[in-house]
Design a protein around this ligand. Structure first.
Ligand SMILES: NC(=O)CCC(=O)C(=O)O
Length: 264
């Protein structure tokens, strides 16, 4: 499976509509790839919370419209990254926003919606402004027979989520993020840890640039089920293009059946 990881850089000056077109152009440039992934909140920004209300959109809003068209054009599965979703009705905490990942099929259908379960901000940002998701979401990787599970950024710090995703049949983890530079070593180590402990391929896609007062860490990566870093981006905007042999996952799990020794 050939994957393109679009580590998108942006700053506070770029209008959302301009960035949305830029992102769609970058996706269209990935013809020949089976899977394309964009970062978390690349449109509304990951840390300028004041923009979230105005940039919120429904599931059938302009982002999925632009990116499902691009997915259809290049006939690839496109993880659109995440949007600030405007919920059709308030959630259990009375909020009407959510950090929601969208996946478009190679024929442009919206085939997966994942609402971020672990909200980042310690009382500000997501926990204060957004509802939390509570569902494990997986999506088939077309023609491969393999299954990817969706998570987002801060979710990476909660290993139990990934065990649940393995139990749901996932052997690939897709993880968009807006992960700042000061904690980029956590980002890198935790992504490899999730691959090693779950014997899953991990595909991470962070943002780059500085926005909302935060320098993003970049370091998007494609990691094998053995924890080998097959490709890693630097700190700037970059597109990783990696051909992954997903068959190696089953071989590794058969040769080193650690998951069969789980007792809890
Ligand atoms: N957008 C995020 O979830 C940021 C997470 C983060 O910075 C961290 O876990 O550290």
């Amino acid at each position: 499976m050939k994957v393109a990881v679009i580590q998108l850089a942006y700053d506070d000056a770029e209008p959302l509509a301009t960035r949305r077109e830029r992102a769609a152009d970058l996706v269209r440039a990935q013809r020949g790839h089976d899977l394309v992934i964009l970062p978390e909140l690349w449109g509304p920004t990951g840390f300028d919370y004041s923009r979230w209300e105005a940039s919120a959109e429904p599931l059938d809003g302009p982002t999925i419209a632009a990116l499902s068209a691009a997915a259809t054009e290049i006939e690839a599965l496109v993880h659109c990254g995440s949007i600030v979703e405007r919920l059709t009705e308030p959630g259990v905490e009375g909020r009407t926003l959510c950090n929601t990942s969208l996946v478009a099929s190679p024929t442009g259908e919206l085939v997966a919606v994942y609402r971020k379960i672990h909200r980042f901000g310690f009382g500000a940002g997501e926990p204060k402004l957004m509802e939390a998701g509570d569902q494990i979401v997986t999506v088939g990787l077309p023609t491969t027979g393999h299954t990817a599970a969706l998570s987002t950024c801060y979710d990476l710090r909660f290993p139990e989520l990934y065990r649940r995703q393995v139990d749901a049949g996932a052997d690939v983890f897709l993880i968009p993020a807006a992960w700042p530079m000061p904690r980029v070593e956590h980002w890198r180590v935790l992504a490899r840890a999730r691959a090693i402990e779950n014997q899953c391929v991990v595909i991470t896609c962070n943002t780059a640039g500085t926005h909302g007062g935060y320098q993003m860490g970049g370091a998007s990566a494609v990691i094998s089920a053995k924890g080998e870093v097959l490709a890693e981006a630097g700190p700037a905007q970059e597109v990783l293009s990696v051909d992954i042999d997903l068959g190696e996952i089953g071989q590794w799990r058969a040769n080193f059946p650690v998951l069969a020794d789980r007792r809890l």
